[in-house]
Design a protein around this ligand. Sequence first.
Ligand code: C5P
Length: 303
Amino acid sequence: MTHSISLKLKAPAKVNLALEVLGRRSDGYHEVRTVLQAIGLADELRMERAEAISLEVVPSGAVSAEANLVLAAAALLREEAGLQAGARIRLHKRIPVSAGLGGGSSDAAATLLGLRRLWGLDLTEARLLGLAARLGSDVPFFIRGGAALGSGRGEELTALPTPKGLWAVVLAPADAAGEGKTARLYGLLTPDHHSAAGARSEELVRRVRSGEPLAGALFNVFDGVGDSAYPRLAPARDAFRAAGAGEAHLAGAGPSLFALARGGTEARRLRDRLIEQGYTAHAAPFLQAWGLEGASPSEAAFR
Ligand code: C5P
């Protein structure tokens, strides 16, 4: 293992190609089936050894939830390893905050991966996944990234092949989602929204494994309640339609929307049409899974 004194890594965003809720659990969470896909829109973290754990966020602003998750990840790893070690962490935010794109969860996973290296810890992937699950339901996915089926709270993962040649075009509406947004969106779901067997996720997994086109198979249960939670969602959907996207869905619990594009040229064209309509939009390729070294900062795919 390398004992570098400073390192840099990416924390990519995700979209949910499928997201179904099967029902409420006795622990207050919901049983989900979801197909997660990492994309090349990423935050960046720099870390170096220091006496104490500290964090600087750039640009500074309303990212308290993500910052808290980075500090929680650092404290949890230090406790687990029984160390006195510290680290100076700098988080450069590019992923829209509290937008359903998993930015805070990815930052936490990248913190675990990065500090594992920085502190020279010999922790297995299984132990890292266990720590990640204690930080949040979406955090384990970002230990490996790529594509995966998530069950349970979303933390029980089965790796999938990353579909080839696909990009996500992401639009972040201006609705301020804020703290507790995910719990609030889950709270809007009624039994009518539940899918008994997770058949849509199963179909999506089948297509991903066989390489069949995904069009028409994307699904997000929160699409059914998003309009009541996010006043600016309907016009954003219209903007996607006007820009020529076939179907747009919420990313996670929103309010970001995404559509798929075949290749970078089509993706950038769609993104530019959204920007012309006054929206903040990003075009990002699907990413392959990474390893315990974390997502590499030099990868050309990242935006
Ligand atoms: O796991 P995480 O802390 O990200 O979840 C945030 C909130 O979202 C939970 O407190 C819970 O209210 C809701 N949630 C849920 N079912 C899940 C995941 C999250 O009800 N599978």
